[in-house]
Design a protein around this ligand. Structure first.
Ligand code: ASP
Length: 307
């Protein structure tokens, strides 16, 4: 069994002038997660490290760079899950936090609950000494511009799904065979205030179980929740499907049953991995056996070596 970390930077349509930013961001996050694994760290520490990096990168819809809700504000969701114990922690509709994924891990580690929301989550952050950051530090020129533009645009169902999405996530298997997942998002552009998507919901935004594997999802949250996409994919793996076939079956079911587009990164307990999506693009990168694999378009599998 070879340790592996796989990250995604959201299922969507990436404009060609921004594709390098997406690719560089996921490659650097996968390298950071892999450095944790190579140093003997746990799969949980690897996914939190990788996702924190993606939250700090303004390219992605999570942490700094989160899309704005209808009121022009940032509200974020995040989850972590530990496949050894099935312990999970999540935050939803949280504001003014640079790294919601780290707060989700504190919910898992320091409370008897699995999800804290809105002001309660922020109060918990304060009690844990997690600094609050100004709203403006999470907003970029681009997210402000997209918000203004979108408020004026008419809504076409498929295009509107693609234009509003993005999320970051990671799955990993460590040298002890423990799996973990982490997912973090600003949600959907122009969402209602207080809207909570799939990301912080166990089985939807992610799931990790040492007996099967781990999944982190991205895509149209309302559809992902209807089919509990992460758990559905693990169910197919329990029935003997490979990581690729199970991921494709889950995504195809979501498309046919509830018209939802999305993407996933999936690992099994043996360290097999895949990145699959039904949108035109999903930036992803995987690090295993000192090799980095990455891509953005269907069929991509570019490689670099990791020294
Ligand atoms: N799933 C996220 C949400 O609906 C968005 C995304 O992954 O693009 O909040």
């Amino acid at each position: 069994m070879f340790p592996v970390v796989v990250v995604h930077g959201g299922a969507s349509m990436v404009p060609s002038e921004r594709s390098d930013n997406f690719t560089l961001g996921v490659c650097s996050a996968a390298r950071a997660g892999y450095a944790v694994l190579r140093g003997g760290g746990s799969s949980m520490d690897a996914v939190v490290e990788a996702v924190s990096q993606l939250e700090n990168d303004p390219t992605f819809n999570a942490g700094c760079g989160s899309v704005l809700n209808i009121k022009g504000e940032v509200e974020m969701d995040a989850i972590v899950m530990d496949g050894k114990t099935l312990a999970s922690g999540a935050v939803s509709a949280v504001r003014n936090i640079a790294n919601p994924v780290q707060l989700a891990k504190l919910v898992m580690d320091k409370t008897s609950h699995t999800c804290l929301t809105a002001e309660g989550a922020n109060r918990f952050a304060r009690s844990m000494g997690v600094p609050e950051v100004p709203s403006e530090s999470l907003i970029t020129e681009l997210t402000r511009m997209r918000w203004t533009k979108k408020r004026e645009a008419s809504a076409k169902p498929v295009e509107s799904q693609l234009e509003k999405m993005g999320t970051v996530g990671a799955v990993a298997v460590d040298s002890e065979g423990n799996v973990a997942c982490a997912t973090s998002t600003g949600g959907m552009l122009n969402k209602m205030e207080g809207r909570v998507g799939d990301t912080p919901c166990i089985g939807s935004g992610g799931y990790a179980d040492n007996q099967v594997g781990a999944v982190s999802t991205t895509g149209y949250g309302e559809a992902i929740m209807k089919v509990t996409l992460a758990r559905l994919i693990l169910f197919h793996m329990e029935q003997g499907q490979s990581v690729e076939a199970a991921s494709d079956l889950g995504l195809a079911y979501m498309a046919s049953r509830v018209d939802g587009l999305g993407g996933v990164v999936t690992v099994d307990r043996q360290g097999h991995w895949t990145a699959r999506f039904s949108t035109p693009n999903m930036s992803w990168a995987a690090a295993q056996k000192d090799t980095l694999h990455y891509g953005l378009r269907p069929g991509d599998d570019l490689t670099q070596s990791i020294d």
